[in-house]
Each structure stands twice: as structure tokens, then as C-alpha cells.
Design a protein around this ligand. Structure first.
Ligand SMILES: Cc1ncc(COP(=O)(O)O)c(C=O)c1O
Length: 327
């Protein structure tokens, strides 16, 4: 990206060159999550893709979401629920929130879509996509899975959901502003490309002016045109991640998380994310010690990844243990 930025300053870059980066990233991401490139849409943010899914749901659809899931996954559906239904009382769609543990058992005949995170944002709890798929199949619902907090440290098989969305700036170490969506054959027909622009065309270079419109026959019909300078970074990150088995990253990340958990007297877990109910002063103390962690849902959240070492965990323990002892 730095090399590319230097070329940008001298005007020595071109849309055609960036397009090649986007297509390479599309193919590499598809390989990482187990779907062909023509089932991968490229874009900017999770909420842009979920907004597209929500806007395309038919009037009267019921959507089941998980309590406490990240708002970029949930708000687009709530926004559609606030719009009036065209012919009867109430919202255009209805949204029902359920506890994560009850997701599979809460689906019913009228459920059109079930929306959940593979790994929950605030605490890292995992939901099994094959279990949700089985439950959704029984009622004919579309499955929409956010893999933002899992792709990169947890094996992701995107073919287990009709739609997956991923903001790749987290565990896939992309620049902020790159997101991917995968689309099953069924979802290709069900989704409406409400953000279609020139990048959604069958041939992007022939799709610059209307009113003639030939949308892509591939998932690229859901593309949002790229923030060009980000995509060399996307390719570089994906090339790295494809060189290391996800199992090895998982073992590294989970071992570091469990080292912290053990130091705080907590049982081991299978997550790379740990959320601790601690006061804001804990986060402030960590910051003063040069550690970077998040304040989320009334506590601190630590997530260990490829750049972390056991020394990082031990420094975090030094800072956080006194807060844990105070309860
Ligand atoms: C599960 C999940 N999805 C998506 C995002 C980011 O969403 P967006 O790309 O809309 O900013 C986050 C950020 O924390 C997240 O935790």
C-alpha cells in the first residue's frame, strides 16, 4: 500500500490496475472461505452488504436476529422494520431478537431470514453455521452469517450460509474499508442489488452510463465500487493468510487467550477473544502501559492474534490482574 501510495502521488496508477487487485482479492478470499470467486461480492463495510440484504427482503418477512449482535448486522433490518408495510398495519418487515443459545429452536414457518455472527463481537462466543443451516432449511429461511470476527483465526466455510459478510480489517488484517460478501445460488436470486453502480455490471468498463443496464451474472452484481488504494493491501493480506493454515493461527491465538485466562483464574475456552467485566480504569491502565485493547459492553475485551506474543499476554496480566482480584 505504501508503494502504491507513492505511485498515486505521481499519477502513475490506473483503474485497470486496481481492478486487477480487486479481482485477485475476490479469488483469494473465495479460496480462503471455500467458495468460487463468482460467488464473492466486494465492497466497503458490513452494513452496506447487510443493508442490501435487508432492503431486498419481501414485504411482511420475519427476520430473526441475535440479542447483542453488532449493530452493522442488525440495524439494517431494524431500519426496514421501521418503514411502514404497504398494505397493512405495522412495519414492512418484522425483526425478532432471540438469545444466541435459542437461535436454532426459535425459527418458525414465517421466518424468512436468520441473521447471526459466527463469532460474537463483544465476547467471541461461537455459533455453528451447520446447525443454523439445518434449522433454517426446515423452515425455508435464508441464513445470513457475519464472519467479521472469525475469518482469519477460525476456519470459515462460507458455503454453509446463504450469505456471509466480512469486514476484513479485523482478523484478516486488511485496510479499513474492504468487505466481502458471499452469496449462495439461492441468495443470488433472492437478493436485490440496491447499491448497483458501474461495478455491478457484467463488464465494468462497458457499464459506465445508463439507461442500458446489464448486471453481472456473478455475485459481482452486488459489488460496491472499490476504494482503490485499499486493494493492494487486501491482496497482500490474503496472500499471507493463505500461506499459513488457519489451524496454526487458531492454535496460536487461542493459546495466548488461554494463557491470559489461566493467569486470571478463568477456565480455558476455544475463543481468541476474551471479555472481562472490568471498570473503565482497567482500560485506562492498559493504555498507560502501552497496551491496546477494546472497551466493549461494559467491560474490556482482548483479542490475541498473529502479531501477539506470550510477553504481550504477561504484560496484560500485570496490568489487569489487580482489577480482577478486586472483583
Ligand atoms: C461482527 C462485526 N461485524 C462488522 C463489524 C464492522 O462493521 P462495519 O464494516 O459496518 O463498520 C464489526 C466491528 O466491530 C463486528 O464486530
Amino acid at each position: 500500500m505504501a508503494r502504491d501510495a507513492r505511485r498515486w502521488t505521481t499519477g502513475d496508477v490506473s483503474p485497470v490496475g486496481y481492478h486487477e487487485h480487486v479481482e485477485r482479492a475476490r479469488a483469494l478470499y473465495g479460496r480462503l472461505v471455500g467458495v468460487p470467486a463468482d460467488r464473492v461480492a466486494t465492497g466497503s463495510q458490513t452494513s452496506v452488504f447487510t443493508g442490501m440484504v435487508a432492503a431486498g427482503l419481501p414485504d411482511g418477512a420475519e427476520v430473526v436476529v441475535v440479542e447483542g449482535d453488532f449493530s452493522s448486522l442488525v440495524y439494517p433490518f431494524l431500519v426496514q422494520a421501521e418503514r411502514p408495510h404497504p398494505t397493512r398495519e405495522g412495519g414492512r418487515i418484522t425483526v425478532r431478537s432471540v438469545p444466541r443459545q435459542e437461535l436454532c429452536t426459535s425459527l418458525r414457518e414465517e421466518t424468512a431470514a436468520v441473521v447471526y455472527s459466527h463469532s460474537q463481537s463483544a465476547c467471541g462466543s461461537l455459533t455453528a453455521p451447520d446447525a443454523v443451516r439445518r434449522a433454517a432449511e426446515a423452515v425455508g429461511a435464508l441464513t445470513v452469517c457475519d464472519v467479521t470476527q472469525s475469518a482469519g483465526w477460525q476456519a470459515v466455510d462460507a458455503s454453509l450460509a446463504d450469505v456471509t459478510v466480512c469486514s476484513a480489517y479485523k482478523w484478516l488484517c486488511h485496510p479499513r474499508g474492504v468487505a466481502y460478501m458471499t452469496v449462495s445460488e439461492r441468495a443470488m436470486d433472492a437478493l436485490v442489488p440496491v447499491n448497483a453502480g458501474w461495478y455491478a455490471g457484467e463488464v465494468v468498463w462497458d457499464s459506465m452510463y445508463g439507461p442500458a443496464m446489464q448486471l453481472s451474472s456473478r455475485a459481482s452484481r452486488f459489488d460496491v465500487s472499490p476504494g482503490w488504494p485499499l486493494w493492494p493491501g487486501a491482496v497482500a493480506a490474503l496472500e499471507d493468510f493463505l500461506q499459513v493454515p488457519t489451524g496454526a493461527v487458531n492454535a496460536h491465538d487461542v493459546a495466548l487467550t488461554n494463557r491470559l485466562r489461566a493467569g486470571l483464574g478463568l477456565a480455558p475456552s476455544d475463543s481468541a477473544i476474551v471479555s472481562l467485566p472490568m471498570p473503565p480504569e482497567a482500560a485506562q491502565a492498559a493504555e498507560r502501559a502501552g497496551l491496546t485493547l477494546s472497551q466493549r459492553a461494559g467491560g474490556v475485551r482482548l483479542s490475541f492474534h498473529v502479531w501477539n506474543t506470550e510477553q504481550d499476554v504477561d504484560r496484560a496480566l500485570e496490568v489487569l490482574a489487580p482489577f480482577a482480584q478486586r472483583g
